[in-house]
Design a protein around this ligand. Structure first.
Ligand code: NAP
Ligand code: GDP
Length: 345
């Protein structure tokens, strides 16, 4: 009989890639979606899998709804990917973010505990943002957390409550501490996709400048398609556990801009320092990238660099797509979308 997976956050970047992976493995996939005026399934439709998913109304804020969805779908595996996932917004909506990214994890775990604690395997989407002001480099499973945003703080709660339900109630609950992972399906508010879409718009004459915040921030960026494989591998282990998924490389935002621009034939030369730094397009001599303090964070995470050795050794996980390949794929895809008029987001 086909395994059954319930995915929360199925309309998001990771939800789309994970659905594709599980469908290819023969799973029956149930997609938990919150009601909105018009459900946004563009990612699933771009991957050609929307028709293969059974959708259910779901909201992380409503316990009875979570319980009913679990009863109805009787899943073998639950992947909790739903979240208010943007750090910037978490400074503006800290209470909502705490509810959805923190407390809601307890709602799902409690529903599993009440419903069928022995039968269900649970995946929690933890994050490198929990390391925040990093206490050691590279960061690994044992590195102490020091979150720097309401998002990071809420995710620390979600992480520890997952560990607690595993230890206290014997639930097969695992937590993936995933470093930033990107793709052409990434939300446009995140810096990588903001860069690739922004540069493509400039190239097509639809915009004249890309406004960014801290160009010096460094992230360990991988490809989302590689990371969903690790999520699945975690739930196939006989014992639940926590794993870091990362590339083991870190790159600055400015470097991402350089590579993305080069991928679409727009070389950039940098001038000035700090808030006065400007990226000049060599061909036209125009300033196309400028720093806008509106995008600075009240508290910044300066550098993230993960050590994925545990996942490599115990799960056999490793990333396949290089940083350079990821940037190029994203940049070219956004340019293609604009040129063909197929940009849906
Ligand atoms: P994403 O694209 O922003 O998707 C978030 C999903 O959560 C969307 O489907 C969204 O639905 C749903 N959602 C938000 N609030 C909800 C609510 N109250 N009830 C039900 N669903 C709700 O995020 P992602 O990049 O795929 O990331 C997946 C998970 O991994 C998130 O938990 C994120 O925090 C975590 N994570 C991501 C990264 C990364 O680099 N991508 C790294 C570490 C951890 P709508 O479509 O209706 O908005
Ligand atoms: P995060 O690591 O989850 O916060 O992912 P983001 O893609 O939102 O941000 C990554 C880094 O890029 C952070 O250190 C941001 O401060 C930095 N950054 C610089 N300019 C921007 C910008 O214009 N938008 C966003 N989202 N981040 C920016």
């Amino acid at each position: 009989m086909a395994k059954r997976a319930l995915i929360t956050g199925i309309t998001g970047q990771d939800g789309a890639y994970l659905s594709q992976l599980l469908l290819a493995k023969g799973y029956e996939v149930f997609g938990a979606v919150r009601r909105t005026a018009s459900i946004n399934t563009w990612r699933l439709s771009e991957l050609g899998i929307e028709k293969d998913i059974q959708f259910l109304d779901f909201d992380l804020l409503e316990f009875s709804n979570i319980l009913r969805v679990i009863e109805k779908t009787a899943p073998d595996e639950i992947y909790n990917l739903a979240a208010q996932s943007f750090v910037g917004t978490s400074f503006e909506q800290p209470i909502y973010t705490g509810e959805v990214d923190g407390l809601a994890v307890t709602r799902i775990l409690e529903a599993i505990r009440l419903h069928a604690k022995d039968g269900i395997r649970y995946y929690q989407a933890s994050t490198s943002e929990m390391f925040g002001k990093v206490q050691e480099t590279p960061q690994r499973e044992t590195t102490p957390f020091y979150p720097r945003s309401p998002y990071g703080v809420a995710k620390v709660y979600g992480h520890w409550i997952t560990v607690n339900y595993r230890e206290a109630h014997g639930i097969h609950a695992s937590s993936g501490i995933l470093f930033n992972h990107e793709s052409p399906m990434r939300g446009t508010e995140f810096v990588t996709r903001k860069i690739t879409l922004g540069l493509a718009r400039i190239k097509c004459g639809d915009a004249d400048k890309l406004r960014l915040g801290n160009l010096d921030a460094k992230r360990d960026w991988g490809f989302a398609g590689d990371y969903v494989e690790g999520m699945w591998q975690m739930l196939q282990q006989p014992q639940p556990d926590d794993y870091v998924l990362a590339t083991g490389e870190t790159h600055a935002v400015e470097e991402f801009v350089d590579l993305a621009a080069r991928s679409i034939d727009m070389d950039i030369e940098w001038q000035g320092e700090g808030p006065h730094r400007v990226g000049i397009e060599l061909k036209s001599g125009r300033p196309i990238v400028v720093v806008d303090p509106a995008f600075f964070r009240p508290a910044e995470v300066d550098l993230l660099l993960g050590d994925p050795r545990k996942a490599t050794e115990q799960l056999g996980w490793h990333r396949k797509v290089s940083f350079a390949q990821l940037v190029e794929d994203m940049a070219i895809k956004d340019l293609d979308r604009l040129r063909s008029g197929s940009l849906r987001f």
